[in-house]
Every structure is written in structure tokens, then in C-alpha cells.
Design a protein around this ligand. Sequence first.
Ligand SMILES: [Zn+2]
Length: 218
Amino acid sequence: MDFLDIHTHKVSTQPGVTSIQSLSLTSDIFLAMPKTKPISVGLHPWFAKIDHLDQQMKYLSVVANQTNVKLIGECGLDRLRGDNLENQIIILEKQIELAERINKPLILHCVKCFAELIAIKDRLKVKVPMIIHGFNKNEELGKQLLDKGFLLSFGLTTLKENAGATKLIQSTHNFFLETDDADISIEEIYQAAAILKKCTVDELKARIFTDWNKLNLI
Ligand SMILES: [Zn+2]
């Protein structure tokens, strides 16, 4: 059974690891997309611009249909970087519409915009799974997001002495794990999470793969 790294910006060729490389179709949108290895594609809120939205959505709508595109994103909202929030919301909603149309889960980036993200999910009645990647906030916010039907993915926070995130990992069952852009192996993240969950790495791998297979809606 492989380690699943649900969100990474690195190319991984490591045996024993299935990683979902995240690509952003923004500045260099016509770069050739990998055709076989699992990827996620989307318009990253740091780089997406409303003026290019129509053109980029046309391209994304074609690429998103490739069978190796497992998730749409990362897309999302960031109060500290990127276009203004109003425009970021328009850009995100276009990608949500696409994900719903082709029935693929979303991988989301969210910085200081959780209330807005919850409001969008409610308003659009989003049915595809929405995975918030790199979650490192407190247990209360995490629980609120889980109650709203979001899924969470944890990265470096599994290794940090952070009471909030640690408690959340201990009390949450269906989370995913990721390396994002960190210089760390997915094995180390799994080992840290297994300690928090008081289970073995193999048990964690099996549980995460089962949950991943349930997400695969196509
Ligand atoms: Zn990322």
C-alpha cells in the first residue's frame, strides 16, 4: 500500500508514494500538462487574474477532463495575497462550477477567508467533496468546517507542537496528508500523524487509501 500525498508541488518519482502534483494554470497556461501521472489543476488564488479568467477557464475545462486529473485546484481564497477578494470569489466559483459539472473533488487553499468559503459552499450547495489543504488552524474552526462537510488535509502541522491542530488530528477520522511545498517526506508526515492517532503507519495508509477511493467519483 502506497503513501498518498494528496497535495504537493514537487514532482515525485519515489517508489511507494502516490502523489497528486498540483499545477496552476495561470501565468504559463499553455505548458504541456502531464497526461498519465495523477495531478490536480486549477487557478491558484495567488496568481489568478480576473482579466484572464475566460481564457484560462476555457483551457482548464479541457484539461480537467483528462483522467489523470484527480482534483480541481488548488483554488481558493487568500486575504493576504492575490487579486481582491471579490474577484477571487468569482474565480473560485467558476472552478467550483466546473468541478460540479465533471464531478471531481476540489482541493482548496484558504487563508483568513473561512467564513467566505463556508458561505460559498452553502450558497452554491456544492456536492463534490471540498478538501481544504494545509489546514493548521485551531480545533474549533476545524470542527466547524468538518460539520459543514469540508474535508481536511494536514501537512507540516502534524510535526508541530500546536495544541489546536494536534487535538484536531486526534479527534478527526477522515483527514488526508500532504507535503505541499515543504522539504519533508510524506513518510515523516504519516509517522507523526500515526503517533497522534495512536495507530500504525500501515493502518493510516490503509484508512487514507480507502477514503481516497471513496472520493474518486468517476
Ligand atoms: Zn499548495
